[in-house]
Design a protein around this ligand. Sequence first.
Ligand code: 13P
Length: 251
Amino acid sequence: MRKKVIAGNWKMNMDLSESINLISGLKSALKEKKLNCNVVICPPYISLDTARELVKESDIELGAQNMYFEDSGAYTGEISAEMLKSVGCKFVILGHSERRTIFGETDELINKKVHKAILSKLIPIFCFGETLEERESNRTFDVVKKQVVEGLKGVLHSQMESIILAYEPVWAIGTGKTATPDQAEEVHKFVRNLLEEMYNKETADGVVIQYGGSVKPDNAYELLHMPNIDGALVGGACLKAESFVKIIEGC
Ligand code: 13P
């Protein structure tokens, strides 16, 4: 039985004092609640160390929004897997569409990062999804298949236990246009079948596949109760404790 994972991708929002306020708000709102899911927050790098202290003795786990695949060296501006672990990260978002489109990340680069994260015992939240143009020209399944196959190239059966997938249709990110539960489920089911072809049924059935793209308190419950949707990767609505907690309660 897959346990749902709700992750908040803060993107480039919240300075240190705002991060402290948001985490404190989340902690107190979640304190007395019995959670049906795992909760992860992915603040900007500058807040990770402080966040680690704040989430101690809570059910909130910590992730980063990106990393580089090399161990160390002359890679100005980059962050390594070990650095993320040293500030308490357990998860790392990889292949987000904003990394792909704004920063030119390729499937090949993302695949190297996926391998590095797994070997370093960080859980990748590996993102993929089609643009509006790709959907309108009926290429959704081809695009998703290519991104998943290339992003997971060389990842072993046994390593699939330590990876989360996140379907994020680009047209639904930050636009207020959510995929309908049926539209999302169709792609999630397609990906689960693809994982069965690439690995086997048992492995495919065990993989958590999150949905991301304008998840809000008023649409979360329906999305989260589709058979192949195992959680959410939340952008805008995770920046306020109240709306993030409502989404968590939708599990
Ligand atoms: P929004 O929830 O703001 O659409 O962002 C989704 C996302 O990109 C999460 O990674």
